[in-house]
Write a protein that binds this ligand. Structure first.
Ligand code: AMP
Ligand code: MG
Length: 525
């Protein structure tokens, strides 16, 4: 039998817990977590797992062949040393304080010790109710679980900071969801994802005790965070809290700049969905930009306001950091200056990271003195003016940069990114811009072939297009996990050419234009 991992219990031993074992939904005061047990499911089956992640965790291949492992990953049994809990947090949802939220369908099983000695939490999403489930059932459906599993891994391989996903299990139980909120609830297959992160602490974990005036708990939580995740910032005290806030602000800014550069739209950027570590967390109705539309959001619940649309993400990140800053004010003796500093740091970091990333997509080291600010902006304006696939467009530019002369006509690769015929004037402007950009690339130190290679290493060929995820969901719901497995493997090398997999690098086919799951997603999951 394969060796089982070792577990630690920092969170539950160092932070105050809820003395009650009552599983009923309730307000929990004075505690960072509640003891819970996963609710067993009918028939745990391992549908997919991430082998590279398992290796990082020191989990041997043969562990995944053992049916007992699927039972752990679906919540039917525990490995020795696990002590499951649900975390207590609040949050601002869609701009409004929502009070206590908490892990309503997430249960941390324990903190696993990796071969290098570092610790990560294993968390099941969809393993049954907790005191924080409110009116929910604590369960998750296969379609949303598959989306979280695949996207976590896809983001990791793109280099974007994220929580990881170790496994996707089906439960053999059904879960009832009204997918379109139109009064047509349906029974759907249930599933459970096992997520991995050093910690799942969110902005909302700090906001809740602060909102309740429970400064002792806020302080204990902040000290825990500093000690385990930001030790380099020094000992607890006002300078450390200011530095912590600033560091979180900068990480969040850099994270969102990275999302913008790959075309990822989170969909629900509430403060309970922002990680204190600056990781992408809580994959719900997220989506990938197909055409470069600043207003686009995949989340139907937000379709009217578009608060969390693509172009709004940087500003929303800032708004969320401000909420965290306000929550930490009691630790800063009420001094607002460190909060303003952190907000400034966010703005500066975001601007630097976004310009650097978008310049790199064009093969450039950003240099405003050479007019790069205007070049970037004009290029994005052109890209957004007609329905054009962002991923295909940027990927195609590596083939243009190596041309011996500036393009005289629109290159085929760029034309292939259009979703429909474009006016001639738009083509002409495109060629003009490409010539300007091509000439600018000649001022770079690297020769064109090296620029092309550098561009191919930041402009992915394969992203988790919404219609691709839906294709894998349709097959998995019919009992065929092969498309899921294939997609997972392809997304583990998003920058490689992978000939033979070109069908997974296509722009959205017409059938997917208005199909639910492909263009629009509800929060029902
Ligand atoms: P989310 O929008 O997925 O980030 O969830 C917001 C809050 O609702 C969190 O506190 C979740 O734990 C909770 N929640 C979402 N879905 C469910 C569910 N099916 N059962 C219980 N709680 C849920
Ligand atoms: Mg959430």
């Amino acid at each position: 039998m394969a060796a089982l991992p070792r577990f630690t219990r920092r969170f539950v031993t160092e932070l105050p817990g809820d003395p009650s074992l009552d599983p009923a939904p309730r307000q929990v005061a004075g505690a960072a977590w509640s003891p819970v047990q996963p609710t067993p499911v009918a028939q745990p089956r391992l549908l997919a797992w991430s082998r590279p992640l398992a290796q990082e965790l020191g989990l041997a291949d043969d562990l995944f062949a053992d049916p007992a492992t699927a039972e752990v990953l679906a919540g039917n049994r525990l490995w020795p040393g696990m002590q499951p809990f649900a975390a207590n947090y609040g949050g601002h949802q869609f701009g409004h304080w929502a009070g206590q939220l908490g892990d309503g369908r997430a249960i941390v099983l324990g903190e696993l010790q990796r071969p290098d000695g570092t610790l990560v939490e294993l968390q099941l999403k969809g393993a049954g109710p907790t005191p924080y489930s409110r009116r929910g059932d604590g369960r998750a459906v296969l379609r949303s679980s598959l989306r979280e599993f695949l996207c976590s891994e896809a983001m990791h391989w793109l280099g974007v900071p994220t929580t990881r996903a170790l496994s996707l299990c089906t439960t053999g139980d059904t879960v009832v969801r009204d997918m379109f909120y139109d009064g047509n609830p349906q029974a759907e297959p249930g599933a459970i994802v096992c997520r991995i992160a050093p910690t799942f602490l969110r902005f909302g974990n700090y906001e809740l005790p602060s909102s309740r005036g429970d400064i002792a708990l806020l302080r204990t939580l902040a000290e825990f965070t500093l000690r385990h995740f930001f030790a380099e910032l020094g000992a607890p005290g006002k300078p450390a809290w200011a530095a912590l806030l600033r560091e979180v602000a900068e990480r969040t800014a850099r994270l969102i700049a990275h999302w913008q550069a790959v075309g990822f739209v989170h969909g629900v950027l509430n403060t309970d969905n922002l990680s204190i570590l600056g990781l992408t967390i809580d994959y719900g109705p997220y989506g990938w930009l197909e055409d470069f539309d600043l207003g686009w959001t995949p989340n139907t619940t937000d379709a009217g306001q578009r608060r969390y649309g693509y172009g709004n993400q940087p500003g929303i990140g800032l708004w969320n950091v401000e909420r965290l800053g306000i929550a930490l004010l009691p630790l800063l003796d009420g001094d607002e200056a460190p909060v303003h500093d952190a907000l400034d740091a966010y703005r500066t970091s975001y601007a630097a990271a976004a310009t650097q990333r978008f310049a790199a997509k064009l093969g450039l080291q950003f240099d405003d003195a050479r007019g790069d600010g205007a070049l970037l902006q004009d290029g994005l304006d052109w890209l957004g003016a007609q329905e054009t696939d962002m991923t295909l467009y940027f990927r195609a530019l590596a083939g243009v940069v190596t041309a011996a002369a500036p393009p005289a006509a629109l290159p085929d690769g760029v034309r292939a990114a259009f979703y429909r015929a474009v006016p001639e004037a738009h083509e002409r402007q495109g060629v003009e811009w490409l010539r300007r950009w091509w000439s600018r690339t000649r001022q770079e130190a690297l020769p064109p072939a090296a620029l092309a290679a550098a561009m191919a290493a930041v402009n992915p060929k394969f992203v988790l297009r919404n219609w691709l995820a839906q294709t894998a969901i349709d097959a998995a719901q019919q009992g065929d996990p092969a498309p899921l497995h294939r997609l997972l493997a392809v997304l583990q090398q998003p920058f490689a050419e992978q000939p033979g997999n070109d069908d997974l690098a296509q722009k959205r086919p017409d059938w997917a234009r208005n199909r639910p799951g492909c263009s629009a997603l509800s929060c029902s999951s």
